[in-house]
Design a protein around this ligand. Structure first.
Ligand SMILES: Nc1ncnc2c1ncn2[C@@H]1O[C@H](COP(=O)(O)OP(=O)(O)O)[C@@H](O)[C@H]1O
Ligand SMILES: [Mg+2]
Length: 306
């Protein structure tokens, strides 16, 4: 059993996955999607995955996709789409990754599935966006401006009504000329926190609280990780969010509000080093078990029936 681990960076996560695969008698090989090629003269399937010759891996696990030009990223995602079309289970599938990397699509799908999430807008017109921020501000709300493809809490800004003062929307040049805006959910206590819940194979399996004085609670921004009780409410919301985006596994960000936990974000290529520190079982083992036992097994069953 040969599993391709797609990543542009080897390190703790890929070592954890390789160990977990080895423990199951499988081999994990790290491959950079940037190095994968389409070559219709090389093999019947037209893909070249370095290290696999004319063969394809038995399954693929997506750990990281490097940024690049629109064309490069299209090809990299195309390789993942092609693998699925060729019958190779891809964990998470390209479609799920695309939908979660686009934060506005995530918000829309969460909303349409009836999952509690803060009011969210995405628009290209700076004038329209400015009007929206003014309107929100007038009703006492702050609004978070986020990069559409952001991660690790980078590039977030608060605009609108902040401590009684109106802060207008800045120019959108650093945001690809797109205003992705979400109503700010104020902390219920200080220091504030949010939750990261990990869903694997449809089930919420572990959770942590990310605590920090700053309103951006990412671990990468210095938030402290604390173990969190996986309450039925938290688990159900996280599971519903993962299902709405068709995720094999996902890291769900939720924030406390007077109306219960609101889903902020769904991560389809989630890191878990912080979460592992407060989790008793091996997360890499749980991921690999779910990939091999559920996803690969069901795809193999379908292939036999076809
Ligand atoms: N609407 C919001 N209200 C309050 N805090 C928010 C809001 N949106 C984001 N944050 C804070 O910023 C963090 C990062 O936002 P998120 O949408 O998860 O983007 P990223 O992909 O950078 O993690 C969240 O975990 C949360 O702490
Ligand atoms: Mg996040």
């Amino acid at each position: 059993m040969k599993v391709a681990i797609f990543t542009d960076e080897t390190g703790w996560h890929t070592r954890q996955l390789q160990q977990a695969l080895r423990a199951r008698g499988a081999e994990g090989r790290c491959v950079d999607l940037a190095d994968c090629r389409i070559d219709t003269t090389a093999a019947w399937h037209g893909l070249v995955i370095p290290g696999y010759g004319r063969e394809l891996p038995d399954a693929a696990l997506v750990r990281g996709i490097a940024g690049g030009s629109f064309e490069q990223v299209t090809k990299r995602l195309g390789v993942l789409h092609a693998l699925r079309e060729l019958g190779v289970p891809v964990y998470n599938d390209a479609r799920a990754i695309e939908r979660s990397v686009d934060k506005s699509m995530t918000s829309l799908l969460l909303h349409a599935a009836g999952i509690p999430t803060p009011p969210t807008w995405a628009m290209e017109s700076p004038a329209q966006a400015q009007r929206l921020v003014t309107r929100e501000s007038a009703t006492g709300h702050a609004v978070v401006l986020k990069p559409l493809f952001g991660s690790q809490g980078k590039g977030l800004q608060r605009v609108g009504c902040i401590e009684g003062v109106h802060v207008p929307l800045p120019p959108l040049a650093d945001y690809g000329q797109l205003a992705y805006l979400q109503r700010f959910v104020p902390a219920l206590e200080q220091p504030g926190h949010d939750w990261r819940v990990l869903v694997i194979g449809g089930r919420a399996v572990t959770a942590m609280r990310r605590v920090s004085a700053h309103w951006v609670h990412n671990v990468a921004q210095g938030a402290r990780c604390e173990p969190a009780l996986l309450t039925p409410d938290l688990a159900e919301r996280a599971q519903a969010a993962a299902a709405a985006l068709d995720m094999d596994y996902a890291g769900i960000d939720l924030i406390p509000s007077p109306d219960g936990a609101l889903v902020l974000e769904v991560n389809g290529v989630a890191a878990w080093q912080g979460l592992q520190r407060v989790t008793r079982f091996s997360i890499a083992r749980a991921l690999v078990d779910d990939l091999l036992d559920r996803k690969h097994a069901s795809q193999a069953r379908e292939a036999r029936q076809a």
